[in-house]
Design a protein around this ligand. Structure first.
Ligand code: UDP
Length: 474
């Protein structure tokens, strides 16, 4: 491919593994399908990047060029600043260097488009200034996106906190859900963060389009509703399911070797995403539940914390997660269970034939990865928009079960055992497994040459290429 034919775009991820890696996976998918593209990835960071994110940046193909921005320092903020506010501040403070980087790139190479995380929306102004198209890459569900669109209206119509609404929230095309299941951005309507969120959402319609990691069979209702309604929103492009391909890490291979020795679909995989944590009490109940279930399990264990999102932006340092397990647990379960401290290569685990169920916090990436590999879920939401994802998985697609909490909000060991039986045992989980298998097939089909997600992306790629040509850069 000669240099003349290259079409250049830039991407700006958000903070955190699950906002950086999905946009990189999207970029990889784009350059793989359309090799004439070149992507510059402008990466904001808060302190040093987590090991797992670094590993991914180091394995990018040559046509994706990462530029790491100087890390942002939030030392002027009080201890315990909420996660969402940390993200907001760090992204805002990164904007000057984003601007500078964009100007320096465009002084040498014309860009046709930039694709940004929702938290990087301030960069939309730079796109306008530089006369380039601007898209959002939304690493959550279409249900969540439709709810974002609906928020200004809901805000106007509601006078109480959403969790106190007497009736479910009905977003067009989506399954109704309870106000307390709404994303955590909207939990405190009097808070600063909610106001910032509303301002941001009101700017969403100004972009040229929004890419979503979802597909028709997974979220038919909201996709159809958006197509029909045309409520003045920008075009929404479902291009998923896009997941990480290939392994980036060489650590944690023992658990794959262990999986090799297990029977097909016999292992429950347990993980709460890139940073979810349980309280010590909840961790004990889960451990005893796994022990009592008599099923095989592979558990990525993180040190307990009462704040569920405590480890999202940084690794837990100087702690040994396994020390928090009930005494004697490792010894008693050594024939049936494998525990991995802090981090494992999830995509490879879910793709392993021995895994038959996934106890997940239902972050959207984990959910999509489970669907791609056809693994039914035990849904255990913790924060962000995870409760809304559970509605999609459990009530919509019926490919997951949800444990009940007791009056203290705790999932007890007997309930854990019950849920494990539901997904792992043929009699109980058979129907769910069939539905998940059908969804897995639909996911594979949408990514084939003539599949809808492939076509959607190709249309955009074609548009960008034509624009680059019009601008005489090819
Ligand atoms: N992940 C992983 N190993 C782990 C934990 C998480 O590879 O031990 C990956 C997982 O495959 C997914 C992402 O981290 O791609 C987590 O994203 P998700 O949206 O599910 O949850 P979040 O991290 O935002 O809570």
């Amino acid at each position: 491919i000669s240099m003349e034919k290259t079409t250049h775009i830039a991407v700006i991820p958000g903070l955190g593994f699950s906002h950086l890696v999905p946009i990189l996976n999207f970029s990889k998918h784009l350059v793989q399908l359309h090799p004439h593209f070149h992507v510059t990835c402008i990466v904001p960071s808060l302190g040093s990047l987590p090991t797992a994110s670094k590993a991914i940046l180091q394995t990018l193909p040559p046509s994706i060029n990462p530029i790491l921005l100087p890390p942002i320092n939030l030392n002027d903020q009080p201890q315990g600043t909420p996660l969402l506010l940390q993200i907001h501040l760090a992204m805002t403070r990164s904007m000057q260097s984003v601007h500078h980087t964009l100007k320096s790139i465009t002084s040498k190479t014309p860009l046709v488009a930039m694709i940004i995380d929702g938290f990087a929306l301030e960069a939309l102004d730079f796109a306008r200034e530089l006369n380039i198209l601007c898209y959002i890459y939304f690493p959550c569900s279409l249900t969540t996106l439709s709810t974002y669109f609906y928020m200004p209206k809901l805000d106007e119509e509601t006078s109480c906190e959403y969790k106190d609404l007497p009736h479910p929230i009905q977003v067009p095309g989506c399954l109704p859900f309870h106000g307390r299941d709404l994303f955590s951005l909207a939990h405190d309507r009097t808070g600063l963060f909610y106001k910032l969120f509303l301002q941001r959402v009101k700017r969403f319609p100004l972009v040229d389009g929004i890419f979503v990691n979802s597909f028709l069979e997974m979220e038919t209702g909201p996709i159809r509703a958006l197509e029909e309604e045309g409520r003045g929103y920008p075009p929404v492009h479902p291009v998923g399911p896009i997941v990480q391909t290939g392994a980036a890490s060489t650590t944690g291979l023992e658990c794959l070797t262990w999986l090799d020795k297990q029977q097909d679909c016999s292992v429950l995989y347990v993980s709460f995403g890139s940073g979810g944590t349980l309280s010590q009490e909840q961790m004990n109940e889960l451990a005893y539940g796994l022990e009592l279930s008599n099923h095989k399990f592979l558990w990525v264990v993180r040190a307990p914390n009462d704040a569920v999102d405590a480890a999202y932006l940084g690794e837990q340092k100087h702690v040994e997660p396994l020390e928090f397990l009930p005494s004697g647990f490792l010894e008693r379960t050594k024939e049936r269970g494998m525990v991995v401290p802090s981090w494992a290569s999830q995509i490879e685990i879910l793709g392993h034939g021995s895994v038959g169920g996934f106890l997940s916090h239902c972050g959207w990436n984990s959910t999509i990865e489970s669907v791609v590999h056809g693994v039914p879920l035990i849904t255990w939401p913790l924060f962000a928009e995870q409760r809304m994802n559970v509605v999609v998985v459990r009530e919509g697609l019926k490919v997951g079960v949800r444990p009940r909490e007791n009056e203290k909000g705790l999932v007890e060991r007997v309930e854990v055992v019950e849920m494990i039986r539901c997904v792992m045992e043929e009699k109980e989980g058979g129907e769910m497994r069939k539905r998940m298998k059908a969804l897995k097939e639909a996911a594979a089909n949408t990514l084939k040459e003539h599949g809808s997600s492939t076509k959607t992306l190709s249309q955009l790629a074609f548009k960008w290429k034509s624009l680059a040509c019009e601008n005489n850069v090819c």
